[in-house]
Design a protein around this ligand. Structure first.
Ligand SMILES: Cc1ncc(COP(=O)(O)O)c(C=O)c1O
Length: 364
């Protein structure tokens, strides 16, 4: 059997008629930049998330930049975040000459440990960026309470969690600003780079709309230093086609995660989702000791796996200047040495899951 990790090919085949029709509309109109489909998508994203403002943009990374520019992050400001995430979360902080300040994670959810945040706050702290890792929102009540107490902003990196839920609210509808990514392999992906910024704050929304078109408030007049950060119309049209099927995909991902957990929980540390949350299952991640051996053996059997992430951010070469040391964040470091993610997409069949889990059990 040959298993596909994200199975974008099969997804395209299933939605081909809708996707091709949407792309053709754009090609026929040549409205490639900020065409009407971009605004139609934003309307639908607003409806899906129940957030007042949804602004599409060029990627999840750019969405983080736009969010930080909107809250006016300045050089030297400190932003508290997790060391166990994709580089974008702190790369963008550093790009603005602000300082990422890491806080260790919870061992079971892999999200930032909100009980450790307060100790990391200084006079320079301006914001907290929790990441909804693998699709599960962080401990938002606690994080928001700390932010309120110290007058900090909260930007949620929901790149992996579009559709994720915390206490009956979409992940995009929490914090001051929330972002997501439409990278192809994300739960809702386009066919290139894409992202979105969500906020209930109309002032931030107006600023972000200007920032994504070079800070223009009207053509050729630039109120802010901004960027070319638009989502292109073809990507918006693909997302419009796929959004119709997204709720169903989330249900299917949950069902598949349940199958995995039922099959594996007797032998493995399976994912923990808190009772007040729903994950989008961007990844289904286990912790195992003999990861490399298991990964090699599964590969021989046609089962691809992935490591998110092998090295925590505080030990990355690019962050040497922050002077963190090994053992500074032991939970994140331990996670990096043990995690392995299994194939996850809405189209995995029971036969495929049985094949994956029975093979996996042979090698531990
Ligand atoms: C947690 C997290 N933040 C940010 C990003 C950046 O998103 P993009 O690849 O769309 O720039 C990603 C993408 O992998 C991510 O997983």
């Amino acid at each position: 059997m040959n298993i596909d990790f994200a199975n974008l090919q099969l997804q395209y085949k299933k939605y081909k008629t809708d996707i091709d029709k949407q792309i053709e509309l754009v090609l026929n109109k040549s409205n490639y930049i900020l065409g009407e489909q971009v605004f139609e998508l934003e309307k639908k994203l607003k409806k899906f998330t129940n957030v007042k403002n949804a602004i599409s943009c060029s990627s999840g990374t750019d969405a983080l930049l736009l969010a930080m520019l909107a809250i006016d992050i300045q050089p030297g400001d400190e932003i508290i975040t997790t060391p166990f995430t994709w580089i974008s979360t702190s790369e963008t902080i550093a790009m603005l000459n602000a300082k990422p300040v890491f806080v260790d994670i919870e061992p079971d959810t892999y999200n930032i440990d909100s009980n450790l945040i307060e100790a990391a706050i200084t006079k320079k702290t301006k914001a907290i960026i929790p990441v909804s890792l693998f699709g599960q929102p962080s401990d938002m009540d606690n994080i928001q309470a700390i932010a309120n107490n110290y007058n900090l902003k909260v930007i949620i990196d929901g790149a992996q969690s579009f559709g994720g839920i915390y206490k009956n609210k979409k992940d995009s509808n929490l914090g001051d600003i929330s972002i997501t990514s439409f990278f192809p392999s994300k739960p809702l992906g386009c066919y290139g780079d894409g992202g979105a910024v969500f906020t209930n704050n109309n002032e931030y929304a107006e600023k972000i709309k200007m920032l994504r078109v070079h800070g223009q408030n009207k053509r050729n007049y630039h109120k802010y230093i901004g960027m070319g950060g638009r989502l292109d119309t073809i990507q918006a049209s693909i997302l419009l086609a796929k959004l119709q099927y997204f709720e169903k995909e989330l249900v299917d991902r949950q069902r598949i995660a349940n199958y995995y957990t039922n099959a594996l929980s007797d032998k493995f540390e399976t994912p923990v989702i808190r009772k007040d949350r729903l994950s989008t299952w961007a990844q289904y991640t286990l912790k195992i000791n003999n990861r490399n051996y298991v990964q090699d053996e599964l590969k021989k059997k046609g089962v691809p796996t992935a490591i998110f992430y092998p090295l925590p951010l505080h030990l990355q070469e690019c962050f040497k200047y922050l002077n963190y040391q090994k053992d500074d964040f032991p939970i994140a470091e331990k996670a990096c040495s043990k995690v392995i993610s299994l194939p996850m997409n809405a189209f995995l069949t029971l036969d495929q899951i049985n094949y994956i889990t029975s093979n996996l059990k042979k090698y531990i």
